[in-house]
Ligand binder design. Structure first.
Ligand code: HEM
Length: 371
């Protein structure tokens, strides 16, 4: 479901949402107002993951607002998990105080309704022999029906909800980190725009760009994505692992069995011995240099934005698909100007919980003339 080979089936889902976001941004450009760019990228990321999970978006891009309170619900759940994750003994006292209504309940009911709808669609004799839509819920549902003891109904509900909780804000944050840094350092925006315009003129990329084209024809885009993941990882706490019964030694420190050890991706990404003396700066070119010097594999081991090891991010490929399809469309169709207040306050601000979300990413959008 999450492998590279499954991604082709998800491209139309992503393109539906890219086309809607482009329409909304065109309207913003006509209105000439300063807009909350994080909000629009959040609507985009939630709707895409809705499409990929249920073959049905939440409709956030259609109306431009979160009427059901899904964003807030996921924020509340994530804030709770942040503090209780760091101080687990709090859980026994605080869990019963968690809200039982609102966006969280909406999300559960939404998931249950989508499952019910798909079950009746697949059972309808009119659809016999036809394949269901290639979304993740259908794939898990079919696996559940084939072997309900191995893939339980609870697995189905949990996986669908995990996709939404883990795959929407993270992607919105990373898309915002890409766009924000490109606007803050306009020469990098221009360089990416040139790469895309040239590839389009030479007929090497389509409109919209396919995932294969983005990977093979747009090396600067790939470098920009990696640099944004390094500079602004979506998660801001160490990814804790438990030391096994034999204990361990790390950097000459003996660590006893049962201890929690981990590293924060923000710290790992600023390691000057790996990323160079300018590790604190936005410079996508470093990834092209790393690649051409043959250090790609080694540096990969120090890149923690998607975690590492057995609990690494399962949705990494899906998020790379979203970034690879959306960013070229934004850059080829629009110019943006960062809001002066963001500049004056020293750059974008973030709230730091488990997710590190931008709070003041605003700017103006201008439609580019078709060349
Ligand atoms: C740029 C976007 C994303 C980032 C930066 C990101 C980052 C992460 C990180 C840091 C972890 C913890 C890894 C660890 O402990 O080693 C994680 C886990 C996870 N992610 Fe993502 N993620 C992104 C997108 C997605 C998407 C799109 C999905 C689903 C479609 C997803 C689903 C998950 C799930 C289910 C887990 C838990 C895996 C497990 O515990 O076995 N993520 N992600």
């Amino acid at each position: 479901m999450y492998s590279m080979s499954s991604l082709v089936g998800y491209e139309p889902f992503v393109n539906n949402c890219t086309s809607l976001l482009t329409q909304r941004l065109n309207e913003c450009a006509k209105a000439g107002q300063t807009v909350n760019l994080y909000h629009w990228l959040q609507c985009y990321a939630f709707d895409v993951i809705g499409e990929i999970t249920f073959a049905d978006r939440f409709g956030l891009l259609d109306v431009g607002e979160d009427k059901e309170g899904i964003f807030i619900a996921i924020d509340q759940r994530s804030n709770y998990a942040t503090f209780v994750g760091v101080f687990p003994w709090l859980h026994q006292f605080l869990f019963s105080l968690q809200p039982k209504t609102g966006g969280g309940l909406f999300l559960l009911n939404y998931t249950l309704k989508q499952i019910e709808k798909r079950q009746s669609l697949l059972k309808d004799p009119k659809n016999a022999g036809r394949e269901g839509p290639p979304d993740i819920m259908t794939k898990i549902l079919l696996a559940h029906e084939e072997n309900p003891e191995k893939v339980t109904k609870m697995d189905l509900i949990t996986m669908c909800q995990s996709n939404i909780g883990a795959g929407s804000d993270t992607t919105a944050i990373t898309l915002s980190a890409i766009l924000y840094n490109l606007l803050r350092y306009p020469h990098t925006y221009k360089k990416l725009q040139d790469e895309i315009d040239t590839a389009a003129k030479e007929g090497r990329i389509s409109d919209p760009v396919t995932f294969k084209e983005a990977q093979e024809q747009l090396p600067y885009l790939q470098a920009v994505m990696k640099e944004a993941l390094r500079m602004h990882p979506a998660t801001g706490l160490p990814m804790a692992r438990t030391v096994p019964s034999s204990g361990t030694t790390i950097c000459n420190h003996v660590i006893p069995a049962g201890s929690a050890v981990g590293i924060n991706a923000w710290v790992a990404g600023r390691n000057t011995s790996i990323f160079g003396p300018d590790a604190g700066q936005w410079r996508p070119e470093r990834w092209l240099e790393i690649e051409s010097s043959g250090r790609g594999g080694e540096v990969e081991k120090y890149s923690f934005s998607f975690g590492m090891g057995s609990r690494t991010c399962i949705g990494k490929n899906i998020s790379l698909l979203e970034m690879s399809l959306l960013i070229p469309q934004l850059v080829r169709k629009f110019d943006f100007v960062l809001d002066g207040d963001v500049e004056r306050s020293g750059g974008v601000k973030s709230s730091n919980r488990w997710f590190v979300k931008q709070t003041n990413f605003r700017g103006r959008v201008f439609a580019r003339k078709a060349s």
